[in-house]
Design a protein. Structure first.
Length: 70
């Protein structure tokens, strides 16, 4: 049972950069097309959200080879 839990966590770590990339991309595109300007992310908040997502994506991609055993 422990092996299944570890395998699920590894799969989660491998898929996280892909999911976050799609979420961030769709958020930025939909925000520009669908939201009025007063409801869009601006300034430091936009920079912080985008930056943190990119950092998490970077760490996830950095760990892919180690996770797969390369």
């Amino acid at each position: 049972m422990g092996s299944l839990a570890v395998d699920v966590e590894v799969m989660n770590a491998l898929l996280l950069p892909i999911v976050l990339g799609f979420l961030l991309g769709s958020l930025l595109v939909l925000e520009r097309k669908a939201l009025p300007p007063r409801y869009r992310m601006r300034g430091c908040y936009r920079f912080a959200c985008t930056g943190l997502c990119l950092i998490v994506i970077g760490f996830g991609l950095y760990m892919v080879p180690a996770t797969l055993g390369f």
